[in-house]
Design a protein around this ligand. Structure first.
Ligand code: NAD
Length: 258
């Protein structure tokens, strides 16, 4: 029996990167999936890669920053599959700004990364509660708890996502809904490939990882599915880092001067 047979997942930002990998894995494990994304979803390639029928994947073109679009995604899941068991808040705006940031930069960042997750939880709450073992995974980042130069907008949204996740877990536990974050470290995606070649990426990052390789989207997708599955039935309000040990290394890295 596949872990998500007869279950339904809604994945935000599932048209590319980590979201698309999670969609593919949910489909492979038997779920019906609805994606909400600003961009079109390549249904044929995702369902083909998962070896399932095209009808198992639906999509809504819209923004998680808009509550009405979030409701459309949940309605699509209810109309197509009749239920919602899992919600993955993965969509993100990557606007990076600090002192120079305009009001619009802050709004773009927070309306997608934080309010987008809240909007989706509001829209999906009733069906998640009805499902009996609803699970929400908010995709944060290891940068939520460290400083990087000039990155006030994006970093602060990820910090907020960690704390709002704990509050969600507390308030929604009564409905049997579990809420957790997955915090990816550096993860190679199509978007990364547009700005950097793989060799440069690996040369920079591998010395900063405990494991001698960089992260792939499938690594994060597997953690997302674990937290959505019954294997994680008593796990809520927690953060699972998927970073090859990046955040656990001290400033000395792999060297020992003594
Ligand atoms: N790739 C990494 O190294 C990395 C590291 C840490 C955390 N993350 C987090 O993982 C998640 C996925 O990142 P990714 O690297 O796969 O990015 P990506 O750009 O490949 O995918 C993000 C998707 O979200 C969609 N999106 C953006 N704004 C949206 C909105 N308002 N409404 C609906 N969809 C929207 C985009 O169209 C895109 O398809 C993000 O939350 C990101 O912060 C990524």
């Amino acid at each position: 029996m596949r872990r998500f047979e007869d279950r339904v997942a809604v994945v935000t930002g599932g048209a590319s990167g980590i979201g698309a990998a999670a969609v593919r894995e949910f489909l492979r494990e038997g779920a019906g999936v609805v994606v909400i994304d600003l961009e079109p979803v390549d249904r044929e390639s995702l369902t083909g890669a998962a070896g399932c029928s095209p009808g198992a994947l639906r999509s809504v073109r819209g923004s998680v920053a808009e509550p009405a679009d979030c409701r459309k995604a949940v309605d699509e899941a209810l109309n197509a599959f009749g239920r919602v068991d899992c919600l993955v808040n993965n969509a993100a705006s990557f606007v990076i700004a600090s002192l120079d940031g305009a009001k619009e930069d802050w709004e773009a960042s927070w309306s997608t990364n934080v309010m987008g997750a809240v909007n989706m939880v509001k829209a999906a709450l009733d069906p998640l509660a009805e499902a009996g073992s609803g699970a929400i995974v908010n995709v944060a980042s290891v940068v939520a708890v460290v400083a990087k130069p000039g990155a006030w907008t994006y970093h602060s949204t990820k910090g907020a996502l960690l704390s709002v996740t704990m509050c969600m877990a507390l308030d929604l536990g009564v409905h049997g809904i579990r809420v957790n974050t997955v915090s990816p470290g550096w993860t190679w995606t199509e978007a990364t490939a547009e700005v950097m070649d793989r060799r440069t990426y690996e040369d920079y990052l591998i010395p900063r990882m405990m494991l001698p390789r960089v992260g792939e989207t499938i690594d994060v997708a597997r953690a997302v599915l674990f937290l959505c599955s019954d294997d994680a039935s008593f796990i809520t309000g927690t953060d699972l880092k998927v970073d090859g040990g990046y955040s656990a290394m001290g400033p000395e890295g792999k060297s020992n001067p003594f």
